[in-house]
Design a protein around this ligand. Structure first.
Ligand code: GDP
Ligand code: IMO
Ligand code: MG
Length: 429
């Protein structure tokens, strides 16, 4: 049975949430498999706008929604986000929502450390979301994390807290901060534990059952391939693997479960935070893209950096993530441009490159090679079929699919759920 894995193929904010919400009504389960509440996914359904950071976007359609073991979970944020969505009429209960009991927790000390490090980093600042993501993942691989299942054993947490605090106290001392307040941390965890535990279970088992019944699973990635800790613009990346392969390890299923890999690709490029961005436009064109695309971060409210479409990075993302087809989003933002540029390669030290090199300095120094395409003056906003698109817009989409060597499966033409053109159904067997 066909499953679909949605991942971002640029630097995040490609419109994953909208596409996952659109596909969710045809899925039996939606699973988040990495990242945490650093993500910001905006869904627009009629006059309602839903902003999700931690919960799978499938929750809005009432589809079984699962937080997999690959996610780092802030329990207090979880409660706040659920309450906010419930306030908007979304139903969330133990029938339609589950959390992996082996999921590591983001604690207040992780947020502290994220902030302290960023402040001290000077020009090396990553521009994180400040939500403790990096430090929480470090404690996971450092075997110091407190996990969801520990919330049911808080009276036996002493030896784990010794390990965790020994590490954090040394770091905090270096920043001139007092040691971890163990009593307070334990009290806070005791208070939140029952809330989280009602949803906790071995989700690999639930997913095994779901698959056995022939159900369709939709994996929802956060961030984007260029923010992947291995394949991204290191060190200006997030602390998880955002590529499609993580869907398996981050949920407790094998790699054959990932199915159709749908790369979400914006019709131009944006980035939040620091780091190389070859096609960045610091002029009125970049400003126009930002204004027309409402490019402000959902999580931090920061202005997103904007630039032309970069076919080099998307081709690379599609390769390293095994993308079957892409969803091209925000095509409408390009309406009315006289000329549209596409980056087809880079120039570095007199050489032509058809890929993004691994070293940060090289990434910062590559000069984009552009190809010009005539724009279109008609509107594509709200188009729901290929026939609704002006000829030049179709040519633009076709040129992109040629350059990235990957077919287009969907085109999105507005924030609204239904303003989506289906070219090839990712769920079709
Ligand atoms: P995500 O993090 O990948 O889920 O993306 P975000 O939700 O952070 O950012 C995408 C923004 O663009 C959201 O505000 C969406 O509502 C909006 N959006 C999604 N698709 C389209 C589209 O096709 N056209 C326009 N104009 N906006 C879109
Ligand atoms: P969605 O799922 C865009 C960026 C941050 C920073 C870097 C590291 O909405 O696409 P972190 O807090 O993860 O340690 O920050 O990664 N970043 C995102 N950028 N969209 C996101 O998520 C992001 N999540 C993290 O801005 O540059
Ligand atoms: Mg986002």
């Amino acid at each position: 049975m066909a499953n679909v894995t949605v991942i971002g193929a640029q630097w995040g904010d490609e419109g994953k949430g909208k596409i996952v919400d659109w596909l969710a009504s045809r899925a039996d389960a939606v699973v988040r498999f990495q990242g945490g509440h650093n993500a910001g996914h905006t869904l627009v359904v009629g006059d309602q706008v839903y902003k999700l950071s931690l919960l799978p976007s499938g929750i809005v359609t009432g589809t079984l929604s699962i937080i997999g073991n690959g996610v780092v979970l802030d329990p207090w944020h979880l409660k706040a986000e659920i309450e906010k969505l419930e306030g908007q009429g979304v139903v969330i209960n133990t029938e339609n929502f589950a959390i992996a009991d082996n999921c590591p927790l983001i604690l207040p000390i992780h947020r502290d450390l994220d902030g302290l490090r960023e402040t001290a980093a000077g020009s090396g600042k990553i521009g994180t979301t400040g939500r403790g993501i990096g430090p929480a993942y470090e404690d996971k691989v450092g075997r110091r994390a407190i996990r969801v299942c520990d919330l049911a054993h808080l009276d036996a947490l002493d030896s784990q807290l010794d390990r965790l605090c020994a590490h954090h106290d040394a770091l905090r001392a270096g920043f001139g901060e007092p040691p971890v307040d163990r009593r307070r941390l334990l009290d806070d965890l005791k208070e939140i534990a029952p809330y989280v535990l009602q949803y906790a279970q071995p989700v690999w088992k639930r997913l095994k059952k779901v698959r056995k019944a022939g159900a369709r699973v939709l994996f929802e990635g956060a961030q984007g391939v260029l923010l992947d800790v291995d394949h991204g613009t290191y060190p200006f990346v997030t602390s998880s693997n955002t590529v499609s392969g993580t869907a398996a390890s981050g949920s407790g299923l094998g790699p054959n479960a990932t199915g159709f890999v749908l790369g979400i690709v914006k019709a131009y490029t944006t980035r939040v935070g620091s780091g190389p961005f070859p096609t960045e436009l610091e002029d009125e064109v970049g400003q126009r893209l930002g204004e027309r695309g409402h490019e402000f971060g959902t999580v931090t409210g920061r202005k997103r950096r904007c630039g032309w479409f970069d076919a080099v990075i998307v081709r690379q993302s599609c390769a390293v993530s095994g993308v079957t087809g892409i969803a091209l989003t925000k095509l409408d933002v390009l309406d009315g441009f006289e000329t549209i540029k596409i980056c087809t390669g880079y120039r570095l030290n007199g050489k032509i490159l058809d890929y993004l090199p691994s070293h940060s300095a090289d990434q910062a120094n590559v000069e984009p090679i552009y190809e010009d395409m005539p724009g279109w003056q008609e509107t594509t906003a709200g188009a729901r079929s290929w026939a609704d698109l002006p000829a030049q817009a179709i040519k633009y989409v076709q040129r992109i699919q040629e350059l990235i060597e990957t077919p287009v499966a969907l085109v999105s033409t507005s924030p609204e759920r239904e303003d989506t053109i289906l070219v090839r159904d990712p769920f079709a067997d």
